[in-house]
Design a protein around this ligand. Structure first.
Ligand code: NAD
Ligand code: MG
Length: 401
């Protein structure tokens, strides 16, 4: 098997759904890279300790200073028991970005953090020259132009089943041969429901995704279709196409992960059973293929794959995102920040399920909404995002009282 001798890897978000599956892939295919550093939020100290013992990173970063002592204690105890020296431990968001930028050409950074806090680490990784395996779609959605301008051609490899599928379907296809992309959506747990039927749904119901097992934010986003909305914009930036050339189709089986329709009327699809290790392994190994990475489809038994349009009257997340993206000027940063606040409020019981996209709309339509000029760079964008978070919280508090 072809390896990449001496290649190092930094994994941001190691204890999450993508992070743990990425470490599984690295355990099975150790030739892919040697783990140089792990970054975590800090909520699962014992898991971090196990990961340190198994993968021996030189560096460990805990982004949340309030959790750093617990993580340090668990890691030091585990290393002492095994007679090993502990990795260098640093704390805080700046240390996460420093770790993201610590490697260089020939190495790889997998950004599997949730939320727009992934933006600065994404920019740091791109500046270093390392390959960026990007699960943190929020950084590309929120910082679209900044991120694509900072990236060398082919430097970003998407770790999102739809975008990984499109990238594979596009092998050997020129950009001017693409007519449009077709992003598939499972439809989430509430497919087929009316708005009346969605009014009272609980966080527990929203967390029961029919086909994928993922972190809390992306699972909720899958139920509201905000995840699909973010993915449409992710596709625009990743594949350099306007939003009207990125179609969404509901495909409840999650087997066809997305498609590309060419100018000659041919559609190319990528299909495999739903398993994120496929997307992770694809991005880490590209252009090699990992033998036995994930189960293949079995056509010896009957199966049917179905496709249907999105019910945009019930689920308004995609239309809202398309409008925000067309507007530009940081509107997608506002959209995403309002959503992140709304998801927290949904779990705290202070906003209803339908109130999530209701809040996004309200913040986007706010008469004082600031715009970010391209010239203001990342600081301008972060200021707009900060305004959106504060405004969302104010609107939520006002609604409660
Ligand atoms: P998750 O919530 O399970 O894990 C997030 C990880 O990030 C945790 O390890 C957490 O400790 C860490 N973290 C949080 N804040 C951090 C910070 N500031 N610095 C460093 N680490 C931090 O999330 P997930 O489901 O693994 O998703 C991660 C990203 O991948 C998201 O952007 C999501 O949209 C995307 N994604 C996930 C899936 C999936 O199957 N889970 C599929 C496609 C895309
Ligand atoms: Mg996806």
């Amino acid at each position: 098997m072809t390896g990449t001798p001496g290649r190092r890897l930094v994994l941001l978000g190691a204890t999450g759904s993508i992070g743990t599956q990425a470490l599984d892939v690295l355990t099975r295919y150790p030739h892919l890279a040697q783990v140089h550093g792990l970054a975590v939020g800090g909520s699962r100290p014992e898991l971090v300790a196990q990961q340190v013992l198994a993968h021996r990173p030189a560096q460990l970063v805990v982004s949340d200073p309030a959790r750093a002592d617990d993580v340090a204690a668990a890691v030091h105890r585990a290393c002492r028991e095994e007679g090993r020296s502990a990795p260098r431990l640093e704390t805080g968001p700046e240390a996460v970005s420093a770790l993201a930028g610590a490697l260089g050409e020939g190495d790889v950074v997998l950004n599997a953090i949730t939320g727009s806090v992934g933006l600065l680490p994404t920019l740091a990784a791109l500046a270093s020259g390392a390959r960026l395996a990007l699960a943190n779609k929020e950084s590309l959605v929120v910082g679209g132009h900044l991120v694509t301008e900072a990236a060398a051609p082919g430097q970003i490899l998407p770790v999102d089943s739809e975008h990984t599928a499109i990238a594979q379907a596009l092998a050997g296809v020129r950009h001017d041969q693409i007519d449009h992309l077709v992003v598939t959506a499972s439809g989430g747990p509430f497919r087929g429901r009316t708005r009346e039927q969605l009014a009272g749904v609980t966080p527990q119901q929203a967390l029961a995704h029919p086909t994928w097992s993922m972190g809390r934010v992306i699972t909720t986003n899958s139920a509201t279709l905000v995840n699909k909305a973010l993915e449409v914009i992710e596709a625009c930036f990743q594949f350099d196409l306007p939003e009207e050339r990125v179609q969404v189709v509901v495909h409840p089986q999650s087997i066809v992960h997305s498609m590309v329709t060419l100018v000659d009327g041919s559609t190319i699809a990528q299909a495999s059973p739903p398993d994120m290790r496929h997307a992770i392994g694809w991005a880490l190994a590209h252009p090699e293929k990992l033998p036995g990475l994930a189960a293949a489809l079995d056509f010896s038994t009957a199966q049917s794959w179905t496709f249907e349009p999105v019910d945009e009257g019930t689920f308004d997340a995609i239309a809202l995102a398309r409008a925000a993206h067309r507007e530009g000027g940081g509107a997608m940063a506002v959209y995403n920040a309002a959503n992140e606040e709304a998801v927290d409020a949904f779990f705290a019981g202070t906003v209803s399920f339908l109130g999530i996209t209701g809040l996004i709309r309200e913040v986007l339509e706010h008469p004082q909404r600031p715009r970010a000029a391209r010239a203001d760079g990342v600081e301008g964008l972060l200021a707009v995002e900060d305004w959106a978070r504060r405004t969302a919280r104010t609107l939520l508090t006002a609604a409660e009282s």
